[in-house]
Every structure is written in C-alpha cells, then in structure tokens.
Ligand binder design. Structure first.
Ligand code: GCU
Length: 343
C-alpha cells in the first residue's frame, strides 16, 4: 500500500546516485551553494561552574571563524558534565536562552548528554536582508547570485562551524554528535546532516515543507507559499518550481537519503497540518531504499499511514508522530533519547 502511494506520486528515485550527486542537486535547485569552511577557534566568555545544581558547567563561547571571505563570530552556549565524556546535541535554536522552552537542558544533562546551542539570529537575521551578520560578510554588497545559498544554508554553515569547535573539546564523544532543529531550523538540521560527515544523527522536528515532507501532492504549505513568504531561505532558482512540483528532478526524500552516512530522524505532530505529517512519513518510506542499497536498515514501519503515538526506532531512519501541535516538546526530546539509546 505505501509503495503504491509513493509510485502514484511519480517520485524520482535517489538510488543509483552518489550522496554527492544528491547534495549537489539539492544545493543547486533548492538551498543554494554554501560558503567554504573556515578556520574556527573558540573564545570562552564566561563559565558558570555550578549550573544545574552543580551537575554541569555552562560556558558562553564566541565561535570565531576565519574564512576566505573574511571573519565572522557568533555566540553559543555549551552545557556539559565535567565528569564524563558524553555525546552532544548541537541545537540550532530560535532563542539564545538556556534552558529554553525548546531546550530542557537539565533533563538532557541528566540523561547523559551535553548540549551546545545558538540562536539563529546571532548568525544572520531571519529576513530578506542579506547585509547583516554572516550574510553581510559572505555577500559584501548584500546581493547574491541565483544559486548562492539563502538563510537556511547560512544557518547550516554556522552549525558546521560549531561542530568544528566541538571536535576540539575533550569532554565530548565526537563519534556521537547530533544536530537538532525545529521547523525552519529542522530544515536546517537536515541540510547540515546531509553536508557533514561527522554527525551521528540529524533530528528534524516538524520541518515540513522543503524539509522532511515530500513536495509532490503536498497538503498545507507548498513551494509557492513558502517562496512567497520565505523565499530568502533558499536559492533564488527554487521559486521556479512553484506549482511545478512534478518537474522537480528530486524530492525531499533525497534530503533524507543524503543523510544516509549516519542516522536521520523525522518527528511529526498530528495537528501540524501545515507541515503535512503524511508527506513527512512518506518521505521516510521513499528514502528507505537508498539506505538499504547501502546495506543498512532504512525505515522500518508498518504498511499503513501513521497514527499519533507511532514511534519507529528500529532502522537508521527514526520516526515518531506525537499528538498535539507544531512545537519542539519535552516529549520529542525524550523520544530522541530513546532512539539513541536503542541504537
Ligand atoms: C512557517 C513556515 C514553515 C516553517 C515554520 C517555522 O510556518 O511556513 O515552513 O517551518 O514557519 O519555522 O515555524
């Protein structure tokens, strides 16, 4: 039944293509090409030694990047237990607060994880102005070419620089670095995962249109709608696919397939119809064969559409559908941890 649903959408298969070909297509047609990597160093601004009743340390750090395009720095918050080497989440967040309503920091520490987070606005503002922050450094006159990356690419670039820095920290098990984001930042987390080999798992929370969800026959938000309001998240060429989804040479399951060098996780919320939970799920189904062609377990799921409470943690594509609205909840985090423990 699920296979027939997918076939009826006429999806281009990612199979037979290398991961580079997948990411090249996604960058050229959708997100745009990112700036080159940079030399990264961390400047510790402050240390709170007795964070979370003394279980953790909280450091504010400036991530300083020296690239061929110039230099740029942005602040991050790093919470970790000083007594053991732990896995770490890189959380691309809407706010700089720690903890935050999207980041239950103490609970993560108690579960044996460190977390490093930054506010996406501290990288570059979420608007069509390319003169400020990282955008202003990379695009000095504030204008960019048709295939240059939009804001999602710049936020993903910053997440990779945070990973560069994390890899210098002895407190972290660098074989267990995960990236997490919600909604527009879930799209960003998936792109980061596709581009970065060092990640263990990329978690997309309610990322929807131009994130985890297939664009063909999508309910809720479409390419036309997203480009109308948020065209600056993408490369300029992407808008040419508005109302022409069937002509896309790829679909969003390629973004999940491009994460096949590690694990990838798609979290949906039942009432998040704008994101289209069914199409997020079908994207996992569509990406599965790419993982399997690499000899890995892909998406292990029943032959039906999902219902709230479903949680599929057996394969390298993890998934859950929780009840409720568009949100990065404590419940989502707990299921992420359950998936990681199971793996
Ligand atoms: C809007 C946008 C979505 C996005 C969401 C968010 O609803 O249309 O594509 O995911 O904002 O980031 O919260």
């Amino acid at each position: 039944m699920m296979k027939n649903l997918l076939l009826s959408k006429g999806l281009p298969s990612p199979c037979g293509k290398s991961r580079n070909e997948l990411t090249e297509t996604l960058l050229r047609e959708e997100y745009g090409f990112l700036p080159e990597a940079a030399r990264v160093s961390g400047e510790i601004l402050s240390v709170e030694k007795n964070f979370c009743a003394g279980k953790a340390k909280l450091e504010k750090i400036n991530i300083c990047c020296e690239g061929s395009f110039g230099s740029f720095s942005f602040p991050v918050s790093f919470s970790y237990s000083p007594n053991q080497k732990t896995p770490c989440f890189v959380h691309i967040n809407f706010r700089a607060d720690v903890p935050d309503r999207y980041q239950p920091t103490e609970e993560l520490i108690d579960s044996g994880y460190a977390i490093i987070s930054f506010c996406y606005h501290d990288v570059t503002m979420d608007n069509n102005d390319f003169r400020g922050g990282l955008a202003g450094v990379v695009y000095p006159d504030g204008s960019k070419g048709n295939r240059d990356c939009g804001k999602i690419g710049l936020w993903a670039w910053a997440a990779m620089r945070v990973i560069d820095y994390l890899c210098t920290r002895p407190e972290i098990d660098t074989s267990r670095i995960c990236v997490v984001g919600h909604s527009r930042l879930g799209k960003t987390a998936l792109l980061t995962g596709a581009l970065d080999e060092r990640i263990y798992c990329a978690f997309s929370n309610n990322s929807g249109c131009s994130g985890a969800a297939l664009s063909r026959n999508k309910k809720g938000e479409t390419i036309e709608k997203i480009c109308g309001k948020f065209g600056y998240w993408f490369c300029d060429a992407y808008k040419d696919y508005a109302n022409r989804e069937s002509e896309l040479p790829f679909d969003q399951h390629w973004l999940l397939a491009a994460n096949s060098h590690h694990k990838v996780y798609v979290a949906s919320a039942e009432e998040d119809l704008w994101a289209d939970p069914d199409n997020e799920y079908l994207s996992c189904v569509g990406a599965s064969e790419y993982f399997e062609a690499e000899g890995k377990k892909g998406f292990v799921h029943p032959d039906r559409l999902p219902i709230a409470g479903d949680c599929f943690h057996e394969g390298n594509i993890g998934y859950h559908l929780r009840s409720g609205k568009h949100y990065l909840s404590r419940e989502d985090w707990q299921l992420y941890i359950r998936f990681l423990e199971r793996q």
